[in-house]
Design a protein around this ligand. Structure first.
Ligand code: C2E
Ligand code: CA
Ligand code: CA
Length: 507
């Protein structure tokens, strides 16, 4: 668990740190871009107002003279030649004295009241053609000069080509933006970016970029984002490798059990005379993600030493129940299902209870559930082990003594323990060949089994000679490569469905 969690935490941390740094950098650069945009708009508006200032000088000269046809023509020409100006007005004693428009016409509905400020935004409702204007005023003792600037030019100056930033002109408490009319600034709106003009009484206001923006990261930093992902992923992978390299065999096996990598294979047990399928022995296999199927010889000893044999066998029992229930209707009457149990599991406190639950989980109640106990390792037969196995025998379980003849434990316990049958080890069966002498040891083992009145299953049947010998000795239940190798569940299903009678592999 730790070996998955740590790499995941590392990947998440690296990703979060990387994205935070990238976001901060992009935020700073967006702020700088927005400010540069505001300065650009300020320059454009300054140069428009410079035009107004120049035109004011001409108007001032005219104000000292007469507003006759010639001077009015001069005022009109001044307004016409300055590309951003709309009208120039000279106001005396509160009334229009001279206008750049023919006939001293005025486009403002009324002459705006202005204090000392030089600038005023006039909304559309206060102009004849219903278009807002910016008024540039110069106040003199005897006259006022008003120069009006069209909203079109103001909006042109504010139109800075920057995505997600909008600029507005702020004069006093009024603003005008790219779209819309003049409006009062909302006191509740937090002012974000603001640049005050050094030359005139106005400011450019704009929205600051948000502190965090995923869209900004994706659009402006996709390359780096990909790099961060790559670094986080590969660091996590390297850490996972490192942790697994140093993981103990127990830890690796524990992980494999919880990941469901230990799966049951099934080796059929056949009736050698009738050639019918009598049952299966469940044999553990480690379905390793990289190494493929691993033999139990390499992990059962680790499991037994570490106590992991209990969860390992429990996991197999659950899988066997699911498999057998899936083909419940295809199983022959009294079908044997044998599982290998280690002595440490049998003597664990909950073993009997586990077996009873296991038994009750099968749809078919006529199955012969076999508990195989090996004699290969020294079997510490004590009252506890004997009584548990006897209880299970009384509850319908079949008890088989595995690898008979190889153990060192002595046979005295056979008096107390109810054994249903023994399994003759493949090392004895494997010696049998065409030579008459080759059967000598197996003769002895079979003799011993018969004298003890034990039923027999022979393991490791590989050849025709071995089969013939076992048939002559009336050993009916056989298991070995001569018939079937251990197979995964899907193969077992095929065998059960397609072959009611056993067909041998080697002839
Ligand atoms: P076993 O219980 O004696 O199982 C029989 C072994 O003989 C199996 O080896 C099987 O594949 C192999 N075998 C079957 N027929 C032949 C044959 O004709 N020729 C040869 N050469 N071999 C044959 P496998 O599957 O490698 O299992 C080895 C041992 O690991 C088992 O011996 C059993 O003691 C142990 N084991 C396997 N699964 C489990 C398990 O779930 N729990 C426990 N506690 N032990 C297990
Ligand atoms: Ca066995
Ligand atoms: Ca065996």
């Amino acid at each position: 668990m730790r070996s998955i969690l740590l790499p995941l935490i590392l990947a998440a941390c690296l990703f979060i740190i990387g994205v935070s740094i990238l976001n901060t950098q992009l935020w700073y650069s967006s702020r700088a871009d927005s400010l540069a945009g505001a300065r650009y708009a300020e320059n454009s508006i300054d140069s428009i107002l410079d035009e107004a200032s120049l035109a004011t000088k001409t108007a001032l000269e005219i104000a000292t003279k007469e507003c006759d046809v010639e001077e009015q023509y001069r005022l009109g020409t001044e307004a016409a030649l300055k590309p951003h100006l709309r009208t120039i007005l000279i106001v005396k004693k509160g009334a229009i004295w001279c206008s750049s428009l023919p006939g001293n016409r005025v486009l403002l509905t009324h002459i705006p009241k202005m204090t000392n400020t030089h600038l005023l935004l006039v909304p559309a409702k206060d102009t004849v053609n219903e278009l807002p204007v910016l008024v540039y005023q110069t106040n003199l003792p005897a006259s006022r000069i008003l120069v009006t600037i069209s909203d079109k030019h103001i909006r042109g100056a504010l139109n800075v080509p920057l995505k997600r930033v909008s600029y507005s002109l702020l004069v006093g408490d009024s603003t005008i933006g790219l779209s819309g009319d003049v409006s009062a600034i909302d006191a509740n709106t937090p002012l974000s970016g603001r640049v005050d003009s050094a030359k005139y009484h106005y400011s450019i206001i704009y929205n600051q970029p948000p502190l965090f923006s995923f869209a900004r990261i994706v659009t402006k930093g996709s390359g780096i984002l990909l790099f961060i992902l790559l670094i986080s992923g590969s660091s996590a992978y390297a850490l996972e490798k490192y942790l697994n390299k140093n993981a103990t065999p127990e830890e690796t096996l524990r992980k494999a059990i919880s990941n469901g990598e230990i799966v049951p294979f099934y080796q059929p047990i056949v009736n050698g005379k009738e050639r019918t399928l009598r049952g299966v022995e469940v044999l553990a296999r480690w379905k390793h993600p990289r190494a493929g199927f691993i033999s139990p010889a390499s992990f059962i000893p680790v499991a037994e030493k570490s106590g992991l044999i209990i969860p390992l066998t429990q996991s197999l029992m659950a899988q066997v129940v699911a498999h057998m229930n899936a083909i419940a209707s295809k199983l022959p009457e009294g079908f044997h299902v044998g599982i290998n149990f280690s002595a440490s599991h049998i003597t664990s406190p909950t073993f009997v209870e586990e077996c009873l639950i296991y038994r009750d989980s099968f749809i078919r109640s006529d199955l012969h559930l076999v508990i195989e106990v090996t004699e290969r390792e020294p079997l510490h037969v004590d009252d506890n082990l004997v009584s548990r196995l006897n209880i299970l025998h009384e509850n319908g379980f079949v008890i088989a003594l595995d690898d008979f003849g190889t153990g060192y434990s002595g046979l005295s316990y056979l008096h107390d323990l109810h054994i249903d049958y023994i399994k003759i080890d493949q090392s004895f069966v494997g010696r049998v060949n065409a030579e008459p002498d080759s059967t000598r040891i197996l003769d002895c083992v079979l003799d011993l089994a018969r004298k003890l009145s034990l039923s027999i299953v022979a393991e490791g049947v590989e050849t025709k000679e071995q089969l013939d010998y076992l048939n002559q000795n009336n050993i009916t239940f056989l298991q070995g490569y001569y018939f079937y190798k251990p197979v995964p569940f899907t193969e077992l299903v095929k065998i059960m469905l397609s072959k009611p009678k056993v067909k041998v592999i080697i002839e």
